[in-house]
Design a protein around this ligand. Structure first.
Ligand SMILES: NC(=O)C1=CN([C@@H]2O[C@H](COP(=O)(O)OP(=O)(O)OC[C@H]3O[C@@H](n4cnc5c(N)ncnc54)[C@H](OP(=O)(O)O)[C@@H]3O)[C@@H](O)[C@H]2O)C=CC1
Ligand SMILES: CC(=O)N[C@@H](CCC(=O)OP(=O)(O)O)C(=O)O
Length: 352
């Protein structure tokens, strides 16, 4: 697929931040055509009324969300909606033959009880949910290639899991010691008005939130457990920082073998990610900045070991809207369609 006719793609939730990133990326993708945009409040508006800066490239109008209308036109559908909506439409889209990529949390969980405990709702799509693949290509590439439904990871889990995956897969850390301290720009909260995202609240200030209860904790724990081969608990603390884009996750854990040095871990990380074009493991003494990743689909990882404490410290940065959301979904779409994993994705950040 992809060598002949362009693939017809639709975006539900096009007016949001994930939606507009998808539009930007898909417009420059060599193998797809955007044929449908959907929304609720924005339905009936030309997309360029919402985003005038795209008018010269794009004339589509946002339409109401109707499954038949979408499935008649689209081979691939991105659902970029608030949590709890995708599961009400994904089963019907799949039934009609669409491939579906959900950017919300609805299809990220192996066990629907965990989803319902954290997100609520009364799910009736258990069989469909069981067929979903967790959309982190660096960890589940083979399964994504075969999938019709992908639950794309959250932005914090993406930055965090890429930082810890080699450690867990190799059994290098004492499991109960894993601590993730993460910072996000305000676009992580989406485009709708929220008091904590106002300039007057968020600028010149930094604060933790969701401490010991953020809904990304069970998502991170699920994948950590899968990688480690046993149940894991994680101490995850997110922070809101006064910038628009970017996530920095700093991860701390105690090494099982106190004799390991940074160079040993760098060798392990480089081997683990040797087939992953979007992950860049940095040289000794180089620690990543969010600014390097913003605008690209890249993840930069810095590694350090503190010989005094026996802890490894891993720093991981991504653009929350690209590798943390729309870029990652597009990377997964490429795999589902048998295209180059890098097709249509920016390989350089804006910088500065
Ligand atoms: N922002 C980020 O960094 C990340 C976000 N995510 C997840 O991606 C998803 C989208 O996030 P984001 O783009 O930030 O969100 P936004 O709030 O920016 O956009 C939400 C979109 O959903 C649409 N929408 C809301 N309610 C309905 C409805 N009932 N029916 C149809 N459309 C509806 C809105 O359309 P309209 O205006 O027409 O009502 C809007 O286009 C969320 O699940 C979020 O958690 C995941 C990773 C990172
Ligand atoms: C800064 C900010 O508010 N970030 C969001 C994370 C966005 C995200 O990825 O959440 P989903 O799991 O719903 O996709 C938050 O902490 O709720």
């Amino acid at each position: 697929m992809g060598d002949f006719e362009p693939v017809s793609v639709g975006i539900v939730g096009a007016s949001g931040y994930g939606g507009v990133q998808l539009v930007r990326l898909l417009l420059d993708h060599p193998n797809v055509d955007i044929v449908y945009l959907g929304g609720q409040g924005s339905a009936g508006k030309p997309f360029s009324d919402i985003y005038p800066h795209l008018e010269h490239r794009f004339k589509l109008e946002v339409e109401p969300v109707e499954v038949d209308r979408i499935a008649d036109r689209c081979q691939v559908v991105f659902l970029s909606l608030p949590n709890g909506l995708a599961w009400t439409m994904a089963p019907a889209l799949l039934e009609k033959g669409c491939k579906v990529l959900d950017l919300s949390a609805d299809y990220r969980f192996f066990n629907l009880d965990t989803y319902q405990a954290w997100y609520g709702g009364d799910r009736t799509d258990g069989e469909v949910a069981a067929s979903a693949v967790y959309g982190l290509p660096e960890l589940y590439r083979d399964r994504i290639q075969e999938a019709n439904l992908v639950g794309c990871p959250g932005c914090y889990p993406t930055a965090s899991l890429l930082a810890v995956a080699p450690l867990l897969k190799q059994g290098l850390i004492a499991p109960e010691t894993l601590v993730i301290d993460a910072k996000s720009g305000t676009s992580g909260g989406g485009r709708q008005a929220k008091t904590n995202l106002l300039l007057a609240e968020a600028s010149s200030s930094i604060s933790a939130y969701g401490v010991a209860r953020h809904r990304h904790t069970p998502e991170i724990e699920q994948i950590c457990s899968d990688l480690a081969g046993h149940e894991m608990m994680v101490q995850f603390t997110p922070h809101l920082v006064p910038m628009v884009r970017g996530i920095l996750a700093t991860v701390y854990a105690t090494l099982r073998d106190p004799g390991l040095v940074r160079e040993d871990l760098a060798t392990i990380y480089n081997a683990f990610y040797r087939s992953s074009p979007w992950v860049k493991v940095l040289p000794s003494g180089v620690y990543p900045q969010t600014k390097w990743a913003c605008g690209s689909n890249l993840n930069y990882i810095g590694i350090e070991v503190d010989p005094r404490t026996g802890r490894v410290i891993v720093m991981s940065v991504i653009d929350n809207l690209l590798k943390g959301q729309a870029g990652q979904a597009l990377q997964a779409m490429n795999l589902m369609l048998g295209l180059e994993e890098t097709a249509g994705l920016p390989t350089l950040g804006f910088y500065p």
